[in-house]
Design a protein around this ligand. Structure first.
Ligand code: G1P
Length: 296
């Protein structure tokens, strides 16, 4: 980063949570997909915890119809807590602590139409203002309990400034499902981004480095999203707006080290449950015993 340039810290995070979750019907008929548990915590809680660990102070949820459960979840449940207190259920009370953020630190804004990820992020523009912000896609469970992904990225951004997106290598045959980076020079986990393309057609991907749902973004991105250009799938794509910033500001891909589960997918969601259950001292042994007896 240029000497003398003061990098504004990232204090705000945008969570696009307006999606209908059709892949998880019928469960998502009445429960937002972000509330589906991985072991005993909703998917969204993992992303919020990751943001907190990276120093984020304000969470902005871009919601939609039928997502009221999210607001209740991050609210104080006085009746429940009083009952637990009266019954001396200290463990259960402590478990609820992670659902309480400091007053005023969550904002909700509605995305009124499913016009794409870029559109969802743009819906938060009045709250992000002229500050850099993070975007976390809660479907992507990036699991590294000792050094969570967003904290890794914040450290990387402190070195280079500008836009930083988390990437991982995916198999060639899956590149059409992701935002794919055209890579330049690499220094450790950081790779310069020369191009960024949303869902390239099979056989045309510039690399196997795929965006995995974590972004540190400069405020200039919002003006580009405001143009409302439609990209892959006829949607306003975050990838396309970010791609326009290449060459204008530093732009790096950060190769995240840790586990990744695509919980927007049924197999990924089940796998996440198994992996995180195995890591738990309370239930891990029982789950392992079942797997040992039943899975070759
Ligand atoms: C979104 C992004 C894509 C990214 C992916 C990660 O796609 O548009 O660039 O690679 O998330 O999961 P979606 O999965 O919403 O189609």
């Amino acid at each position: 980063m240029k000497k003398g340039h003061v990098l504004k810290p990232v204090k705000k995070a945008v969570f696009p949570v307006g999606g209908m979750g059709t892949r998880f019907l019928p469960a998502t008929k009445a429960v937002p997909k972000e509330m589906l548990p991985v072991v005993d915590r909703p998917l969204l809680q993992y992303a919020v915890d990751e943001a907190l660990a990276a120093g984020i102070e304000q969470m902005i949820f871009v919601t939609g119809r039928g997502k009221a459960a999210l607001e209740d979840y991050f609210d104080v449940a006085a009746e429940l807590e009083n009952l637990l207190r009266a019954r001396g259920k200290e463990v259960e009370l402590r478990v609820l602590e992670g659902t309480r953020l400091s007053p005023g630190s969550i904002a909700y804004v509605r995305q009124q139409e499913p016009a794409g990820l870029g559109h969802a992020v743009w819906c938060a523009r009045h709250i992000t203002g002229d500050e850099p912000f993070a975007v976390l896609l809660p479907d992507e469970l990036l699991w590294n309990p000792t050094d969570p992904c967003l904290a890794q990225m914040v450290r990387a951004r402190n070195e280079v400034g500008g836009t930083v997106i988390a990437v991982m290598e995916v198999p060639e045959k899956e590149t059409h499902r992701y935002g794919i980076v055209d890579p330049g020079a690499s220094h450790g986990a950081l790779t310069e981004v020369k191009g960024f393309v949303e869902k390239p057609k099979p056989g045309t991907a510039p690399s196997r480095l795929a965006a995995v749902g974590r972004y540190l973004i400069e405020p200039e991105c919002m003006a580009l999203l405001a143009e409302g250009r439609r990209g892959a799938g006829g949607e306003i794509q975050l990838t396309d707006a970010l791609a326009q910033l290449i060459g204008r500001q530093p732009f790096h891909a950060y190769t995240y080290s840790g586990a990744r589960f695509d919980c927007g997918d049924k197999a990924g969601h089940v796998t996440a449950n198994i992996a995180l259950a195995l890591a738990r001292p309370d239930i891990g042994p029982a789950v392992r015993a079942w797997l040992d007896a039943n899975v070759r």
